[in-house]
Design a protein around this ligand. Sequence first.
Ligand SMILES: NC(=O)c1ccc[n+]([C@@H]2O[C@H](COP(=O)([O-])OP(=O)(O)OC[C@H]3O[C@@H](n4cnc5c(N)ncnc54)[C@H](OP(=O)(O)O)[C@@H]3O)[C@@H](O)[C@H]2O)c1
Length: 331
Amino acid sequence: MGLIQPTIPPLPETLSFAGKSALVTGANSGLGLASCFHLVQRHISTLILAVRTRKSGESTRSALLADPVVRALPTKPTILIYELDLGRPSSVAEFATKIRADIPTLNILLLNAGIGTMAWQTTPETNTEQMFQINYLSNAILSVCLLPLLRHSGETFGSASHLPIVGSRAQGLHTYAKYPIPDTTSIFAFLNDRAHYRGMQRYADSKVLVSMWLRALAARVDASVVTVNNVCPGMVSTNIDGKEAWWLRQIVRFIQAIRGRSPEVGARTLIYAVSAGSQTHGEMLIDYNVWENKFVNTAQGRSMAKRLWAETLAAAEEIASGAVREANLED
Ligand SMILES: NC(=O)c1ccc[n+]([C@@H]2O[C@H](COP(=O)([O-])OP(=O)(O)OC[C@H]3O[C@@H](n4cnc5c(N)ncnc54)[C@H](OP(=O)(O)O)[C@@H]3O)[C@@H](O)[C@H]2O)c1
């Protein structure tokens, strides 16, 4: 990747989400918030903010409704707030149940929330490492639990629903080729063992898992009903490093100042993903183009993806019994 990132053209003037509903995770800051602005400015009818606290959701809703473009719209969007903590499997299960009960149709599920950190942290509920849990596992489980709703909406509207997970081209820095997970070892057990933790490289490793999962999911889902894809927004000036040491944040801020996109510009790529055609199904998108993670297509990558699929479905069943069968994902 060059020092200067390519220009991302503005979204088409004609792009409209009128009559549609969207759910955005991590909606209160950075790329998630900027995506919400794009959606409400482009006439989304119902927007669901998935946030950690109701309070942060309420200030986001106020900011969205105060936007001059939104204030000028003849019909204001309905903005709903739901609490979700991706670091707690029980919260993921509860959230999915509530959404299934309350929301009749969902055209867009933008799984954007994620973290990047150096520090080893585990979720108290299951002792899973946090970047693995938040960036990968909770997103994968949500995609299983909400797939029936997305399918139903795609069929009802006669046009594909969209399910992007926000990934990263930083996945190219993954450690799996250098430190392969033995075929006989559980991927989950390996990643949740602190002895195998290599700080920030876990961010790249978690995003490779996202690529593998979406590719496998896409193979089992009709693209004309639900289009599943993976999108990288490029380097964007957000607060993703907010919990890091002050000196590291200074370095990141310096690099962001030189080459970072604004959240508004970075989020254009997410909005492209939620409106893209079936050619993006199962693919990773970078700057509006399909990008190939070569490792995922190696024999090692394919074997790992197969095991990842099985372990992920088992984890989904553990927290949401019956979800796999309901999503029609049983082999
Ligand atoms: N910025 C970049 O250069 C870049 C590049 C490539 C990919 N990405 C990806 O873009 C996505 C958005 O990141 P960002 O840059 O916009 O960073 P950000 O401003 O830090 O936003 C991250 C969002 O995720 C939410 N989140 C974090 N932990 C959560 C949890 N346990 N449960 C629920 N929500 C949680 C945060 O909520 P709180 O406000 O409550 O913490 C926040 O809204 C991430 O997936 C990231 O990996 C970013």
